[in-house]
Every structure is written in structure tokens, then in C-alpha cells.
Design a protein around this ligand. Structure first.
Ligand SMILES: Nc1ncnc2c1ncn2[C@@H]1O[C@H](COP(=O)(O)OP(=O)(O)OP(=O)(O)O)[C@@H](O)[C@H]1O
Ligand SMILES: [Mg+2]
Length: 296
């Protein structure tokens, strides 16, 4: 099944896009938007609207509810396509290529800009995350209930974009943010490989550099941005082609003042230290790294 938002977007005409956006705009009021309400919102004549709805439904960009009142609700993929369309209009993106991430928490694609540069596009799917994971985000979104998943996904997109802006400006080694719309975040492609995928292991001096880079980013994030990553592991560290360590996947960060911050910081550091000890024999202790990260 082609779930690539670009491939799906190519199937849509103006009526379908207008209809999709119309449903989105009514999602804050209705779990399933009644057809009559949609007819009033979208300036697409009845028969054309019906055709657009059938197309969107068959592509699974919306879901139809039959019963007393026929209604439509947006799907995650529908939201992805709206965000992708907006980023095209803004001339941020021209196409999407292969999928880079295979997670259930987000869909990550290689993107191409109108200038032909490669970028990374992450479509957030946070409503699906395990509840405990969302609970942390709920500090910042206490009013977001489960039916309003799309609000959470957009909020997370905004969070990820904005924290990348802050960290990048502070000189931390994170992907440079390019743009964001709704649940979609566009960021610079860091050519390299995920730390956990490195075949045969890194050279000792590269391993040391990557470790030091990550510790430095954790320190800058803590001291200057006032945040803790909260999900640091070999899965969220990229080793660039020039042997530097980049920390990715930030949207679940918490502020230093958060009651959970201390515990999360300790856990992040514990993971980091034990991974590099196990794989590369690095001798740093969690206590000394923690002291360095928090130290003046
Ligand atoms: N800026 C980037 N440059 C290069 N590759 C990236 C970049 N961002 C993400 N990736 C690739 O996409 C994968 C998933 O990205 P990320 O960790 O941000 O999302 P995720 O929500 O954890 O998704 P998943 O559950 O699929 O890992 C990364 O492991 C990495 O391989
Ligand atoms: Mg990840």
C-alpha cells in the first residue's frame, strides 16, 4: 500500500483537496463531520463533493460513518496529505521519496525541495503513542482529549520544530530545522547512519567523538535551553559521515523544572554511558557525566 503522502497527493484534484481541508477545519467541532455541514463549508457543488468524498474515502484519507447521519472524519494520512500540500504551496517541498523511519510514532520520509536539495520530513502520529508516553506531553496539552488526536499531532510537530530552532541556534549538533506545518516537520538531512546500525562498530576515536558530541548537546540542552531530551538512546543518535554525533527525535523533551526532568536526565545519561561502555569500552561513569551536564 502506498501511504507516501506525495503519491496520495498526486491522486487528488482541487475539489478533493478543498474537501479534505474542509473536513479538517470542522474536526474541532465534530468527531464525524455531517455531510450537510460540510456542504455549507466547502464551495464544491453536491455531485462533485460526493465524488471527492468517495475518492478521499477510497484512499483512506477520511473515514465514513454511516448511520443516522452520514459523517466523515480525518485520518492520520489525511492530515499528512494536508500538511504536505501546505508545504508544497509554501515551496518548501517538491516531492517525497523513500521512507526512512519504520516506527509507529511517526512516519519519516526523505524529501526533496524545489531546488533539488534533500531534506527529512517527519509526520507525527502522537495520538497512537502509548498512553504513558503521551502523558508527558499532556503537561503541555491538558485540554487535548483522545478524540482530538490531530491537535496533539500538530502540537507535537510544533514542539519538535521549535526546540530544534532553539538547539540549532545554540550550536548543538541537531538537524537544522527547515519548516513545519501541522504535524509535519521538515529538517536538514544529516548524511550518515543511525548509531545502532553502524556495522562492525566505530573506530575508537570516532566513538569517543560521537560520545563527547552527544554529552555536549545534552549539556547545552540542559543548561542553555533548559530541556532534557527524555528518550536518548542509540536509536536517536546519528553518526554523520564526518564522524560527529547528532541527537535527533526531540519532541518528547521536558523542561528542567518538570518534576520528571531529573529522572529522565539520569536515564538518558545512563543509557548513553552504558551503551558506549558495552560497545566501545568507554570508561565514563554516569555520575561524572551528570555532574558535567549540570555543572557550571
Ligand atoms: N535529520 C535526519 N537526517 C537523517 N536521517 C534522519 C533524520 N531524522 C530522522 N532520520 C532517520 O529517520 C529515523 C526516524 O527518525 P526519528 O527518530 O526522528 O523518528 P521516530 O519518531 O523515532 O521514528 P521511528 O519510530 O521510525 O524511529 C531515524 O532513526 C533516522 O534513521
Ligand atoms: Mg527515533
Amino acid at each position: 500500500v502506498a501511504r507516501n503522502p506525495h503519491t496520495l497527493w498526486e491522486r487528488l484534484d482541487r475539489d478533493a483537496l478543498a474537501t479534505l481541508r474542509g473536513i479538517e477545519s470542522l474536526m474541532s467541532k465534530y468527531e464525524y463531520v455531517p455531510v450537510e455541514v460540510l456542504e455549507r463549508r466547502v464551495r464544491v457543488p453536491g455531485p462533485r463533493l460526493a465524488r471527492a468524498l468517495n475518492l478521499l474515502n477510497s484512499l483512506k484519507l477520511i473515514r465514513r460513518k454511516l448511520g443516522g447521519i452520514v459523517g466523515y472524519t480525518l485520518t492520520y494520512t489525511g492530515l499528512d496529505v494536508i500538511a504536505y500540500d501546505a508545504l508544497r504551496r509554501r515551496r518548501v517541498l517538491a516531492a517525497l521519496g523513500e521512507r526512512l523511519g519504520v516506527g509507529k510514532e511517526g512516519e519519516v520520509y526523505l524529501g526533496v525541495t524545489p531546488e533539488g536539495d534533500y531534506v527529512v520530513v517527519k509526520f507525527h502520529r502522537e495520538g497512537r503513542r502509548s498512553f504513558s508516553h503521551i502523558r508527558r506531553l499532556r503537561h503541555y496539552a491538558t485540554s487535548v482529549d483522545r478524540k482530538q488526536w490531530f491537535r496533539l499531532a500538530k502540537l507535537v510537530g510544533e514542539r519538535e520544530y521549535k526546540i530544534l530552532v532553539v538547539l540549532d541556534e545554540l550550536g548543538a549538533l541537531v538537524p537544522r530545522p527547515v519548516s513545519w506545518n501541522r504535524n509535519a516537520v521538515v529538517q536538514e538531512l544529516v548524511p550518515g547512519v543511525d548509531l545502532y546500525k553502524v556495522k562492525g562498530g566505530l573506530d575508537p576515536d570516532v566513538a569517543r567523538q560521537v560520545f563527547d558530541d552527544v554529552v555536549e548537546t545534552v549539556r547545552v540542552a540542559y543548561q542553555k535551553a533548559g530541556v532534557v531530551h527524555g528518550d536518548l538512546s542509540e536509536y536517536n543518535i546519528l553518526v554523520s559521515e564526518d564522524g560527529r554525533g547528532y541527537v535527533i527525535d526531540w519532541p518528547q523533551y521536558v523542561y528542567r523544572e518538570d518534576p520528571q526532568a531529573e529522572e529522565l536526565l539520569r536515564r538518558d545519561i545512563q543509557y548513553l554511558v552504558s551503551y558506549f561502555r558495552r560497545k566501545y569500552g568507554l570508561q565514563a561513569t554516569p555520575e561524572e557525566v551528570l555532574a558535567y551536564v549540570k555543572g557550571g
